[in-house]
Design a protein around this ligand. Sequence first.
Ligand SMILES: [Zn+2]
Length: 288
Amino acid sequence: MPELPEVEILREELRREVIGRRMKEVAVFEKTASQFPVAQLREAAEGRAIVGVRRRGKMLILDFEGGCSLIIHLMMVGQLLLSPPFTGEPRDICLELKFADRVRLTLGQVRLKYVHLLPTAEVDSWPPVAKLGIDPLEESFTVDLLRRLFAKKRGAIKTTLMDQTAIAGLGNVYTDEILFRARLHPQRRASDLSEEEVKRLHASIVAELQRGLELGGSSEMAFLHLDGSEGCYQESFQVKGRKGRPCLVCATPIERIKVGGRGTYFCPQCQSSSQSSSSSSPSQSSSS
Ligand SMILES: [Zn+2]
């Protein structure tokens, strides 16, 4: 599923490509879209320009001139493609925005029930957005904030990291890589982390998201850039999908367990379940 880095990449690409572009026509293809406000979207978008592109957690928000916004959640395998530069045939399109200059923005492989039209002024108070926790790319995401967040959480670290109301944007892929980098066992209780461990976790969250962004996101599943190209973060996974293969740091076979119902990869040696000292590090970063 697209996580924070993938959605952030799309936000940045959309910002460059579609802001200022005027919409000519909106087309809806899903047959069972009876709940979707097609007429209102046409009214809100046709003849108007896109004036803003934002991200909240894993959601993308397109702001139209005139005061309406479209909120899109790509769910598991959703794809947003801009043709051109994309030259292929987008798959399973549910929504298409045609611009006056014939460029088309298509949304595919996701149901329209994950797309919402709202007045721009109400986006931030809309419950699914309002309940989101801190964005880990923001400057206000500090070690101190993470410590305070974790102090109250009695669940497993992994589950806590994926709780969108605590930290917004992390999913099953990045959390495994983050916890390996921080050499923390995914099942340890969040509130049990030491000062040093919280610091390490914070540095690992920021560093791993940055690495995902630099590598163009993960196209392990269906994520594509706006032009249809793939990211390559998946080529450098340290633990994800590597069950039984040697840990890249200590050669111990990587294990797969379930945490909060989600398949979780970790190194039983590097990520011991007891509190770890701060010396030996599998991390590429020296940031703590
Ligand atoms: Zn290891």
